[in-house]
Design a protein around this ligand. Structure first.
Ligand code: PMP
Length: 391
């Protein structure tokens, strides 16, 4: 039977840098312990108090179809949070609740791109980006943010790719690099978007995990609120990855179309999950600080360990739960190094090839295991790199 081009072309096929991850999972299944520093899954679970709120909502009866745009209360809560963070007046009419940030990324592209339109995104990128764009029927076009520019994208490079494009997807704090885009970068991006009439899709799911500098939402920049869709999520901020609760914030007109899309796709998000998210967001910053704290500590540990040797260097880790390491001194690709590290020391990291072309010679290390184990694994990684070093 025929399958749609949309589904068969979703991923590009071939090696995509996930072999290391899959091999590590196979080793674990076969009984070999592996230190997994691969995906962005916290080593703590959702706080019991949030789960208690979820349970109470479910037992209390919020288990039927929930309001498709999201509950009025959660939309108000998200609107108030975004207003406070960005200074942009935001109401519930600007908010759609989605089953996680990933569904929001897909819906946002569906809302702004016609089939065949060019959708820009930045490389290195979160692994699902090109597939998400293809899934929405648009054509992904990558623009490189380079190591020599500290992975801050240059407005000129976006300008060079922008003619005829419909949208630009950015992500700050960034996965995989850990870089937080500075004001100049965002101002440059905003100017290009305005000049070329681009939608800006701003993935801000790591906005509560900033170690250096500050998170700026480009929606707050002059003339950007009417052309920006912000993607947010409870996954990273509140260790609620499995609950699938996120949002899109943008102009009310597009949100009303997105509600139509939700009616014909997801049909909303579980009411008890929304109530738990609402509870967590209204509980002040306590939960999100508790979730962010281990990453802040481990990033400091990493700075110390990387600073004490000369083979591996670290991209300035300003935010998110990852560090990006330059292993070019080994003369190896990210993938070759990650495979060798897995074989020699049973430590699994993500090679740069999982995130595009721009970060070649790098690996991404998720800071998602207990501090001491994390420090030991990182030291082993550095010693291994030194033993392979060509200089
Ligand atoms: N954007 C980025 C940059 C991510 O890293 C992730 C998850 N790893 C997501 C979006 C999606 O997260 P979720 O669907 O769990 O909200």
């Amino acid at each position: 039977m025929q399958l749609s081009n949309r589904i068969t072309n979703l991923t590009n096929g071939g090696s995509d840098g996930w072999d290391v991850f899959n091999r590590a999972r196979d080793m674990i299944a076969a009984g070999t312990p592996v230190v997994e520093l691969t995906i962005g899954e916290h080593d703590i679970r959702t706080h019991p108090t949030i789960l208690k709120a979820m349970n109470e909502a479910a037992i209390g009866g919020h288990t039927g179809y929930a309001m498709i745009p999201g509950t009025v209360s959660l939309r108000d809560t998200v609107a108030a949070r975004i207003t406070a963070q960005s200074g942009v007046p935001t109401t519930r009419d600007n908010v759609l609740i989605t089953p996680g940030g990933q569904a929001a990324l897909f819906a946002a592209h569906m809302a702004v791109c016609n089939p065949g339109d060019t959708a820009l995104y930045l490389d290195p990128y979160y692994a699902t980006y090109p597939g998400t764009i293809r899934g929405a029927g648009a054509i992904p076009k990558a623009i490189q943010a380079r190591a020599r520019d500290s992975f801050q994208p240059l407005a000129q490079n976006i300008e060079d790719a922008a003619t005829g494009a419909t949208s630009l997807l950015i992500n700050t704090p960034n996965n995989p690099t850990g870089v937080v885009y500075d004001r100049d970068t965002l101002l440059g991006i905003a100017e290009v978007c305005k000049r070329h009439d681009l939608w800006l899709l701003s993935d801000e799911v790591y906005d509560t995990q900033v170690w250096e500098g500050e998170h700026l939402s480009p929606r707050a920049l002059s003339g950007m609120a009417e052309r920006t869709l912000v993607i947010g999520s409870m996954s990273k901020s509140h260790a609620m990855t499995g609950s699938r609760c996120g949002w899109i914030v943008g102009p009310s007109e597009i949100i009303s179309h997105l509600v139509n899309l939700a009616t014909h796709t997801t049909y909303g998000v579980a009411g008890f999950v929304q109530d738990a998210a609402d509870f967590a967001l209204n509980a002040g910053t306590e939960f999100e600080e508790e979730v962010a704290a281990p990453f802040r500590r481990r990033r400091a540990l990493a700075q110390e360990i990387i600073g004490a040797q000369n083979t591996v260097t670290m991209v300035p880790a300003q935010g998110a739960m990852y560090i990006m390491l330059n292993i070019r001194a080994t003369g190896m690709t990210g993938e070759a190094f990650a495979n060798a590290l897995l074989d020699a020391h049973h430590i699994a990291v993500m090679p740069s090839e999982s995130f595009g072309q721009a970060a070649t010679g790098h690996i991404r290390v998720a800071m998602t295991i207990e501090d001491q184990k994390f420090a030991t694994a990182l030291k082993t990684l550095c010693d291994f790199a030194t033993s392979l070093s060509t200089s």
